[in-house]
Design a protein around this ligand. Structure first.
Ligand code: IPD
Ligand code: CA
Ligand code: CA
Length: 283
């Protein structure tokens, strides 16, 4: 099947799951915690993932699937794998803060093929396929091609980040980094959805984004969108992301802002690395 067709099926599934979240948003939620007291799951996370997994497995029975709530659900041995975050922004959803989305991505090993991020409250669908560009289809059905922002300095940049769920107990809490960027950027946001943060970098609504200790389903679709929008995504050391890694720490921005963010993070991590990997040809 062509990537464009796979993208279209993923869009339909993300929209359907988004409809379920939209309905659940105004309802009473059963809220439970997972890895820590602040890492939440509701009945809508699990219902949306069950819907998505069922649809994806029916349409692509030979592909593997890794979902946030259900783990790996289709052990086919294929190199193609769906990464599914049925509700990115669960904390927001549980509190009635209107920023959350569905995020689906298909990879072949470490290679992103298709990415879809659907925001059900704004009816905004960010979608793309490798080599075919990334787009926003808005609530009126208008489709525009995504392009990262043109900011040249941090002083003119709107940045975003997030904080890991182990931040109450871990010293690696992103607070020093937050302070450093707050002092340098035009603005800094913590909206609570890593997938939407990345979609917004791709759309040029944000100029840069960094975060530590994420999971593959948080970022898989957003990585494709940023890359297809001519942006750069690497891990925080400046090297290519390994999507299947346990804890993903990344920077996403345009080619000018990315090295500036990288330099600050390197300095704070006490890892003097005077040469950005792009200068050595390894990017
Ligand atoms: C979380 C959100 C948040 C990020 C967390 C993620 P979830 O995903 O993307 O912005 O800071 O690290 O785990 O739990 O709402 O799916
Ligand atoms: Ca998530
Ligand atoms: Ca989630």
């Amino acid at each position: 099947m062509e990537l464009k067709q796979i993208e279209q099926i993923a869009i339909e599934i993300a929209r359907e799951a988004g409809g379920l979240l939209r309905q659940g948003y105004g309802q009473r939620k059963e809220i439970n915690s997972k890895s820590s007291a602040i890492d939440l799951v509701t009945q809508y996370d699990t219902a949306a993932e069950a819907l998505i997994a069922g649809r994806l497995q029916a349409a692509f029975p030979t592909y593997r699937l890794l979902g946030e709530e259900g783990g790996e659900q289709n052990h086919t041995g294929s190199s193609r794998i769906w990464y599914v975050d049925p509700l990115d922004g669960t904390n927001n959803f549980a509190h009635g803060f209107p920023v959350f989305c569905v995020s689906l991505a298909l990879y072949d090993g470490n290679q992103p093929l298709v990415g879809v991020i659907y925001d059900p409250l704004r009816d905004e669908c960010f979608h793309g396929a490798a080599g075919l560009g990334a787009y926003l289809t808005n609530a009126s059905g208008q489709r525009t091609r995504l392009q990262v922002g043109q900011a040249a300095t941090l002083t003119e940049s709107l940045l975003a980040t997030g904080f890991p769920y182990d931040r109450h107990t871990s010293a690696q809490d992103n607070i020093t980094q937050l302070a450093a960027f707050l002092k340098r950027a035009q603005g800094l946001r913590r909206a609570g959805s890593a997938a939407l943060d990345l979609a917004y970098v791709a759309a040029g609504r944000l100029d840069g984004y960094w975060e530590y200790k994420l999971s593959p389903w948080d970022v898989a679709a957003g990585v494709l969108l940023v890359q297809e929008a001519s942006g750069r995504v690497t891990d925080v050391t400046g090297h290519p992301l390994v999507i299947a890694a346990d804890k993903l720490s990344l920077i996403a921005a345009n080619d000018t802002i990315h090295p500036q963010m990288w330099a600050i993070l390197q300095q704070l991590d006490n890892q003097p690395a005077p040469i950005h990997p792009s200068a050595t040809g390894s990017l």
